[in-house]
Design a protein around this ligand. Sequence first.
Ligand SMILES: [Zn+2]
Length: 127
Amino acid sequence: MKPGETFRANLAGAHWRVLVWGPCAHGNVLVVGVTSDEERLDRTCPIQPKELPGLDHESFVHYGDAKIGPASGLQRALDTNQVVPGQPVTDDILRRIVDGFSESRHARPRYDEFAHGRCACDRRSSS
Ligand SMILES: [Zn+2]
């Protein structure tokens, strides 16, 4: 499991998700979805259909919905076919997605740090 890999729930119409960074030393990964849903529009980082096979039309990285969670949970979902893998994005696109964490007003600072390789898992262990 490494940055740039893509996957989505094994359901019709499920959004693609991109592994942005991880696993960190604590086994966590940062994952963000790509969506074209109007009500969620965050235009910081557009993704074109040719950049992510399986995308139907221009979409946007949904920074407000990024999640940090255990890589083991994602791996289990892949192993049990609840989640299916897609084609990895290129390094260039991955860099744009990472940069967007600094630019998007929807991205939480903690996630911006994680996207740049600075996790804060140990600081959150009590919560
Ligand atoms: Zn960590």
